[in-house]
Design a protein. Structure first.
Length: 94
């Protein structure tokens, strides 16, 4: 399976959610400008069922996984910062 990438919101507002097996929408979070989303697909081989919906007109920057992992290999600080941010997002959802 080819790795995906992540998104950085440059402008607008994005809602992240998924639909439960009972059909109820669960909102995972709201993404604001200069925040990223989609990091989980970088580290998981399992397809994610998260939906993203623009609540305001949005401009996104897509960053493919290859340059992200290359940057990780060159900078321990960047890697640790990304993992810390990812962990905080996970804890916020739980």
């Amino acid at each position: 399976m080819k790795r995906q990438g992540l998104h950085i919101l440059l402008q607008g507002v994005i809602k992240l959610s998924f639909v439960s097996s009972a059909g109820a929408e669960k909102i995972l979070g709201i993404v604001l400008p200069v925040q990223s989303f989609g990091e989980e697909v970088l580290f998981s081989k399992v397809p994610q069922r998260v939906c993203s919906q623009a609540l305001k007109a949005a401009h996104l920057l897509y960053v493919p996984s290859e340059p992200v992992f290359e940057a990780f290999s060159q900078s321990r600080t960047l890697r640790n910062s990304m993992f810390s941010t990812f962990a905080q997002k996970i804890c916020g959802v739980l």
